[in-house]
Design a protein around this ligand. Structure first.
Ligand code: ATP
Ligand code: MG
Length: 367
């Protein structure tokens, strides 16, 4: 049938004017404060200097929630609304839907052949997720595969930087190993080459670096685990003032092995240091709390809730624009436009990789 299936033409090139960034989020819920301090704050800041690609990792949401497609679809749109609320500007940055970028799925296969199975299963972030998300031993085959898929998410865009929270550093390390291996095996790059020189020595892939945010691992309101969409311990960027107050009120400050009454090494004081902007006030709260100076958890929590509300109120206001009728359609249009642009880049990467792999049979155009 005319127009159906891939078309092939000659190679086209796409210059790299600005260095690229790739990062993203899995649509398993809305964005929370951990996303902001761990990664999104950096993304907003770096939009001007870098050509940014922000990926909606919806395929990865299916690895643990394959039976909940309606929720994944809803969360995909919610995450874009959160990004826009945070200040990600689709005029400057490219919003990408993973499942509409076929090159990512294809690169995942090729990369899966370059990394030993046991190496994937030793990834500490995967191990922690299996434990904290209670996945037991019956998780899907696709679950560990997402770690390989993430190498493809990143490398499809040949970025320099990947702004992420601390839990993702192990994934980025794996991605760096895969990139080196590909370049050594298929592009004859000498294994002694410095990471920064791989493209100059003929490698298809740069060796991207993780950029961890100002707080690499924000603890959740349970005072124990990383704040996570999936663990019920998150304060969402879209939570209203009342909900923020309630959730901050639940922050666990029970004295764990390390802490004594007045000890500020607890989750609540992490929040004080992270979200209260006024340094002098932070010092004052620490001093009075440590001295038992007529200041308890309740008072500190009220100030923390106020600081969080001050940070997120403007985000909620921007988000409200997309919660009006027609908001979902506007978001879908942003996703479509971004994904079309992303496909041009990812297809070029796949073309370059296939050429080096002995699979160069002409250039395909995905429209
Ligand atoms: P899930 O529970 O589904 O794994 P999540 O809350 O861990 O969701 P992700 O989509 O996996 O969120 O992570 C998106 C980005 O946000 C990653 O770069 C991750 O490192 C960062 N991030 C997530 N949670 C935190 C946190 N608590 N502190 C700092 N960074 C975080
Ligand atoms: Mg996660």
């Amino acid at each position: 049938m005319a127009g159906a299936g891939p078309r092939f033409t000659g190679p086209i090139s796409c210059g790299m004017a600005k260095p690229r960034i790739l990062t993203g989020d899995t649509p398993t819920g809305r964005l929370h404060l951990g996303h902001w301090v761990g990664s999104v704050e950096n993304r907003v800041r770096l939009q001007e200097q870098y050509d940014c690609f922000f990926l909606l990792a919806n395929m990865h949401a299916y690895t643990t929630r394959a039976d909940k497609p309606a929720e994944i679809r809803r969360d995909t749109l919610e995450i874009v609304k959160d990004w826009l609320a945070c200040g990600i500007d689709p005029e400057k940055s490219t919003i990408v839907l993973q499942t509409e970028v076929p090159a990512i799925a294809e690169l995942t296969w090729f990369f899966a052949m370059l990394i030993p199975f046991n190496r994937v299963m030793r990834n500490p972030t995967l191990k922690t997720e299996i434990e904290t998300k209670d996945l037991g031993d019956s998780y899907s085959f696709g679950f560990p595969m997402y770690a390989v898929g993430q190498c493809a998410d990143i490398l499809a865009f040949r970025p320099e930087l990947v702004p992420v929270g601390e839990d993702q550093v192990a994934h980025i390390e794996m991605c760096r190993e895969v990139a080196r291996r590909f370049d050594q095996v298929y592009c004859a790059v000498d294994p002694q080459t410095e990471d920064s020189d791989y493209p100059a020595r003929g490698g298809v892939f740069p060796i991207p670096r993780a950029l961890v945010g100002r707080v690499g691992r924000l603890i959740g309101t349970d005072g124990r685990n990383k704040m996570s969409k999936s663990l019920g311990n998150a304060i969402f960027l879209s939570d209203d003032a009342k909900t923020i107050k309630k959730k901050v009120g639940q922050i666990f400050t029970g004295r764990q092995s390390l802490t004594e009454p007045g000890d500020t090494r607890n989750a609540l004081f992490d929040y004080v240091r992270i979200f209260i902007k006024d340094e002098a006030r932070v010092k004052e709260l620490e001093r009075r709390y440590a001295a038992g100076d007529n200041i308890g958890d309740g008072h500190v929590k009220a100030e923390v809730a106020e600081a969080i509300d001050a940070l997120t109120a403007p985000m909620r206001a921007r988000r409200a624009e997309f919660e009006k009728p027609g908001g979902d359609e506007a978001v879908i249009e942003i996703i479509r436009a971004g994904t079309a642009r992303a496909n041009a880049v990812a297809e070029e990467t796949l073309y370059m990789a296939k050429e080096k792999m002995g699979l160069g049979f002409g250039r395909r155009v995905v429209r």
